[in-house]
Write a protein that binds this ligand. Structure first.
Ligand SMILES: Cc1ncc(COP(=O)(O)O)c(C=O)c1O
Length: 400
């Protein structure tokens, strides 16, 4: 049986985690080295020319990195993968690979603040223009396409509102206009959603989140065709220097071995907590893709096999009461990032999405009082208990 036929869980445990062929060690070693030696200048020349397999320098790759990349490519169902030092290093490298001065990109209005800032503050300096639109509106999307448009970039579900975009539908538009579709799959992970199967060309992740899963590393990955990864992405990877360390590769690999188990628990806990919040008198608005009341529930069922661990909500009384709620939590930690084993909460307007102009934020549902909860794998009753005691401190008399 080849790994192609294995189920997700089996691939997650075994692909890229084979025993060490030299020593028989069950867990292969971390190749913690900055450079590699050659037997002769001839061998060095052949390896540098790509005519012979081998490693040359830590900023180019390492065996531990290759193992991680094989595992992630197998899980996303892509031909190849490249790992980076962070999600932003991965996204910036993909953009650098695809864009030239004079190009135009279409990016969804609801994306991670750092991604918004990358187009708005960095690529704008190199004469690359970005149109921020709601990519789930196919008419708007089609109208935004220009002769210079290179790609469409989206997250689904999006950070932080959890808006879902029909990836297959957007992919059809992209194919018609010869555009690449890049999907950030951080929130779902390949366990619950496979954008390449839905028609995306390139998938990116902040592996800092669910893939690593334990809040102890920063990493990013890109999955796509062999040609894109090996030829087009190679220069940005090695020349911009956003290389991932061998030790971090080891940690992400280990995290991925339990991804399926963790995602099931994140999902089950989040659904239970969302149902609790749905009936609470102090909750003004709530978004969780697993609730029948979620506005895009039918689309969720169509393209995702689970709902994930993220919940977005607003407390009655908006920003002020949201702050009272967050400040009174005891178990749940106030911190950016998500997808960790422990439950985290954050306030996008003052934290992750601060770089998005206030009018833009408000227009697209990132209200001043919006709170993003990343549900961990603790006991759901304990998490609900913490939410309950913090909500009890919120005064809602006269508040809207
Ligand atoms: C959806 C999404 N994409 C990308 C990133 C950037 O990843 P990193 O922090 O690993 O650079 C984040 C970070 O929060 C994110 O939430």
């Amino acid at each position: 049986m080849t790994h192609v036929n294995w189920s997700f869980e089996t691939k997650a445990v075994h692909v890229g985690s084979e025993p060490c062929p030299q020593t028989g060690a069950l867990v292969s070693p971390i190749y913690q080295t900055s450079t590699y030696t050659f037997k002769s200048t001839e061998e060095a020349g052949n390896i540098f020319a790509g005519e012979q397999a081998g490693y040359v320098y830590g900023r180019v790759s390492s065996p531990t990195q290759h193992e991680l990349e094989r595992k992630i490519a197998a899980l996303e169902g892509g031909e190849a993968c490249s790992a980076f030092a962070s999600g932003m290093a991965a996204i910036a490298s993909v953009c650098t690979a695809l864009l030239e001065s004079g190009d135009h990109v279409i990016c969804d209005t609801v994306v991670y603040g750092g991604t918004y800032g990358l187009f708005e503050k960095i690529f704008s300096k190199y004469n690359v223009e970005a149109s921020f639109i709601d990519t789930s509106d196919i008419e708007k999307l089609t109208n935004a396409i220009r002769p210079t448009t290179k790609f469409v970039y989206l997250e689904s579900p999006a950070n932080p509102t959890l808006k879902v975009v029909d990836i297959a539908e957007v992919s059809n538009v992209c194919k018609k206009h010869d555009l690449q579709l890049i999907v950030d799959n951080t929130f779902m992970t390949p366990y619950f959603q496979k954008p390449l199967e839905l028609g995306a060309d390139i998938v990116v992740h902040s592996a800092t989140k669910f893939m690593g899963g334990h809040g102890d590393l920063l990493a990013g990955v890109v999955v796509g065709s062999e040609r894109f990864i090996k030829e087009e992405l190679h220069d940005p990877l090695t020349k911009l220097g956003g290389i991932i360390s061998p030790f971090t590769c080891f940690l992400v690999k280990r995290g991925l071995q339990t991804l399926a188990l963790r995602m099931e628990k994140h999902n089950a806990n989040a659904l239970e907590i969302a149902r609790y919040l749905e009936g609470h008198s102090k909750i003004k608005s709530l978004a969780y893709p697993g609730l029948e009341s979620f506005s895009q529930y039918e689309l969720v069922k169509k393209q995702m096999s689970g709902y994930g661990g993220l919940i977005a909500f607003e407390v009655v009384g908006g920003l002020k009461n949201g702050q009272v709620f967050c400040d009174n939590l005891k178990l749940i930690q106030l911190a950016v990032s998500l997808g960790d084993v422990g439950t985290l909460i954050e306030h996008p307007a003052s934290m992750t999405h601060r770089s998005v102009p206030i009018e833009e934020r408000r227009k697209h549902g990132i209200t001043d009082g919006l709170i993003r909860l990343s549900v961990g794998i603790e006991n759901a009753t304990d998490i609900i208990g913490d939410i309950e005691q913090a909500l009890a401190k919120v005064e809602t008399k006269g508040a809207e």
